[in-house]
Ligand binder design. Structure first.
Ligand code: FMN
Length: 330
């Protein structure tokens, strides 16, 4: 067992979280993560309405009695979803842990805190982590440039971002982006984090609700199989490299505006990828950590493997590297 301020704060067995994932963070995955002793988050906006989200929470409760949370992602949108209604639905459903992500979470954080909900805010820069800390969030998930989804515009990889943030953030902080095995967990702990958050690695598990062919594609992919789209719009997103992502990057290079790629990047097309298993149907998210994914385990197998190998790494490999006494010269 590895105990940290993260496991203590959220009452979970292991210092591992499964962050919000559009179209993937559903009850089947989140309950499996919870039953494995880690902290999973249902993705609020995957559900078409706040009522549907409450039903998803109920479905998850039918499958686990361990703690789990809900992710609320606040992203720039031409027609924003009814965030306040989703937030109210989360509170009304009795959810006690929320992962917020994205811009200006202040009003959401205030309301969640006023209702006794613990908030972990996911962000990609130290300044946003510190501003969330000032807002009163309970924990930070710091997401490095390696991550799937939105890495921000600073391009700071985890190896730098995590220790720089750890030096300044006082509340418990977990590391996110590029984590997929025990070595990553041990490294994160060494860098000053209290645990890890994984997205991509949890996508390629038995209980993840996406087509088997996409999971196999992730096993086949290596660490280079991602593209950064929307760079030119300062809304960068790291996605699995495919025919569409290449096309979007090329169009952006030749000066395309959002309108010119809107059809290609439609979220509904990405959803079809997960449903039908055609990896080239649309844009779908996955991170560089694909290079470390070689199998499709159950969440229980994955979590227990990471934790037990991490213990072995610390106790055997690292411990034995310490030369306790300098050899005496004769
Ligand atoms: C398919 C997919 C969808 C995602 N959707 C969201 C989302 O809706 N909201 C969010 O805050 N993060 C989202 N993320 C980011 C993850 O929560 C997590 O921060 C990220 O995957 C960590 O990097 P990793 O993939 O290298 O583990 C998504 C990630 C993936 C792989």
């Amino acid at each position: 067992m590895i105990r940290t301020r993260f496991t203590e704060l959220f009452g979970v067995e292991h210092p591992i979280a499964q962050g919000g994932m559009q179209w993937v963070g559903r009850a089947s995955l989140v309950s499996a993560v919870a039953n494995a002793g880690a902290l999973g988050f249902i993705t609020a906006l995957t559900q078409p309405t706040p009522e549907a989200l409450q039903e998803e929470v109920a479905r998850c409760r039918d499958m686990t009695d361990k703690p789990f949370g809900v992710n609320l992602t606040i992203l720039p949108a031409i027609k924003p979803p009814p965030y306040a209604e989703y937030r109210a639905a989360i509170i009304e459903a009795g959810i006690k842990i929320v992962e917020t992500a994205g811009n200006k979470p202040q009003e959401h954080v205030e309301d969640f805190k006023a209702h006794g909900v613990k908030v972990i805010h996911k962000c990609t820069s130290v300044r946003h982590a510190l501003s969330a800390e000032r807002m009163g969030v309970d924990a930070i998930s710091i997401d490095g440039f390696e991550c799937a989804g939105h890495p921000g515009e600073d391009d700071t990889p985890g190896l730098i971002l995590i220790p720089v943030a750890a030096d300044q953030v006082k509340i418990p902080m977990i590391a996110s982006g590029g984590f997929g095995d025990a070595r990553g967990l041990v490294a994160a702990l060494a860098l000053g984090a209290e645990g890890i958050n994984m997205g991509t690695r949890f996508m390629a598990t038995k209980e993840s609700p996406i087509h088997e062919a996409i999971k196999q594609q992730m096993v086949a992919n290596d660490e280079r199989a991602t593209d950064l789209i929307f760079r030119t719009m300062r809304n960068t997103s790291r996605v699995a490299r495919n025919a569409i992502s290449r096309q979007v990057v090329e169009l952006e290079r030749s000066g395309a505006k959002f309108e010119d790629v809107r059809e290609l990047v439609a979220g509904t097309r990405g959803k079809v990828v997960y449903e039908t298993g055609d990896p080239d149907h649309g844009i779908w998210s996955a991170g560089m950590v694909q290079g470390l994914i070689h199998d499709i385990p159950s969440c229980a197998e994955l979590v227990s493997r990471i934790v037990s190998e991490a213990e072995t790494l610390i106790e055997r490999r690292l411990e034995r590297m310490i030369a306790r006494q300098p050899a005496m010269a004769h």
